[in-house]
Design a protein. Structure first.
Length: 479
């Protein structure tokens, strides 16, 4: 019997999902607004801004497995995961605020680049200390095949809803079109005012989550068939853990999904504000639709996955997502999408946002749940239960690949010579065409590769349940 209930109470699902509030706040600020803030408002050259953000993600990605491995081996009165979560709270909030207040001007490109790099690394490392241990709790909290998917979609949906609430408030309040110079999308004070409110939400959620989940600490156990190894054998054990073929296939699929997500996030504001010529009000309509999509996926995925094989469901959802996500850009490139003067343009963009949001949320949650199922298979083959290390591997590849996507976005903007201080009404058709066509081609290319690797994942529902039966017949000890 698992020491924690197979079906977790609703309060635990909400508490775990609330971690997505902190992650959604950080991701929206850094992935959606920071590139355009430093490029268009502060004046840092886009390739330098993209490089700083990408390097920050790379350093953070390397930290993830280290945090996961260390938390797997930690022994304390607060358990293995909570000490890291509590330690992250204050630096996470402070770094988030600091990144919006660079003390250098556009004439100091080197100093501005260094500041962005250092603060983004501090913020991302603090995020690792918070996010990696929380993710590791999924296979610890339950061994139920379907409940793991439910836990995952709660956190993913909370993240997505928070991201869109953050974006909605930014455009509705702090970046609202006013027609006055120095305000709206190019207004420095708007970004900084929003940062204060979101730092407060970040602080509150990062405190609530570990306190709400603290009651499970005595129930969590380390199911290990052999003791943890001495330091000199850690590298060998890392290689054995990462040799799991299903894990490698899943991580490869995540690499390309994260690269596409990084590209999309970094140029999302460019796409809707410039490519689609949306006003701040229209952008907010899209944000609301994405919020609704996240709520729908929260309800829909647990029902779709009931008594289903997650691997087959994941392939189906991934296929639909990759076909659909760049479809409007393909249609406009071919001249088959309504013009800005037509009401049908916003209607179709809204329909696309809803379906795209539902599919994306479900796909991310399924990938995370599939990776959680690797824990038991790895335990049987290696004798070590390493939730932190295994779940950190996804955040590692996600961040490294997102860094590549962010750098790719900066490269696209540089390559097509996207102008600084651009006005959506006066951009050349050449720039707009190249922006949309480049985005479409990259998305479909990486999507094909992601789907190819996902199909190589081999842990089925029957195989997972067999692993649980075998583990319950093996010796087990509390950690």
């Amino acid at each position: 019997m698992s020491p924690t209930p197979a079906r977790l109470p609703r309060s635990t699902l909400w508490a775990f999902g609330a971690a997505g509030i902190a992650i959604g706040t950080i991701n929206t600020g850094l992935n959606f607004f920071l590139l355009i803030y430093y490029d268009q408002v502060i004046g840092l050259k886009p390739y330098l801004a993209g490089l700083a953000l990408a390097l920050g993600l790379l350093v953070d990605g390397v930290m993830d497995p280290l945090v996961g491995l260390t938390s797997d081996r930690l022994r304390s009165s607060l358990g293995r995961r909570h000490p890291f979560i509590f330690a992250s709270i204050l630096p996470l909030t402070a770094a988030y605020l600091a990144i919006w207040y660079p003390p250098f001007s556009a004439q100091q490109q080197g100093a501005l680049f260094a500041y962005l790099l250092v603060v983004s690394i501090a913020l991302r490392v603090s995020q690792s200390l918070f996010d990696v241990p929380i993710n590791a709790l999924v296979p610890e909290l339950t061994q139920d095949y379907e409940t793991r998917t439910t836990l995952s979609i709660y956190k993913v949906s909370f993240t997505w809803i928070t991201s869109n609430v953050t974006g909605f408030l930014m455009f509705a309040i702090w970046l609202k079109d006013t027609g006055r110079a120095g305000e709206g999308l190019l207004g420095k004070q708007g970004y900084q005012a929003g940062a204060h409110w979101f730092a407060g939400a970040l602080l509150l959620s990062s405190v609530i989550v570990p306190l709400a989940l603290r009651r499970y600490i005595p129930l969590l156990r380390e199911h290990a068939l052999e003791p943890h190894p001495p330091a000199q054998t850690v590298l060998r054990n890392l290689l054995s853990t990462y040799s799991n073929r299903s894990m490698l296939a899943l991580l490869a699929a995540a690499v390309f999904l994260a690269a596409a997500s990084g590209l999309t996030n970094a140029i999302w504001v460019y796409l809707y504000s410039f490519y689609w010529s949306c006003t701040s009000t229209q952008v907010n309509v899209i944000q609301i639709i994405y919020m609704v999509a996240a709520a729908v996926s929260l309800v829909l995925l647990p029902r779709l996955s009931r008594n289903k094989d997650k691997r087959s469901l994941g392939v189906s959802v991934a296929t639909a997502f990759w076909v659909f996500t760049a479809l409007p850009y393909a249609l406009r490139t071919m001249g088959a999408f309504p013009s800005a003067a037509s009401n049908w343009r916003m209607i179709l963009l809204g329909v696309h946002a809803f379906i795209d949001g539902v599919l994306f949320n479900m796909l991310i949650a399924l990938l995370f749940s599939l990776l959680a199922d690797v824990v038991e298979e790895s335990l049987l083959s290696t004798g070590r239960r390493e939730e932190g290390l295994i779940l950190a591997s996804q955040t590692f590849v996600t961040k490294v690949s997102t860094a590549a996507g962010t750098w790719l976005a900066a490269g696209v903007l540089t390559l097509i010579a996207f102008p600084r201080g651009a006005d959506p009404r006066s951009l050349s058709m050449r720039v707009l065409f190249e922006l949309g066509a480049s985005y479409m081609l990259v998305m479909w290319a990486v999507g094909s590769l992601s789907l190819l690797f996902l199909r190589r994942y081999r842990i089925t529902r029957a195989g997972y349940l067999d692993s649980i039966v075998r583990l319950h017949s093996a010796p087990e000890r509390r950690g």
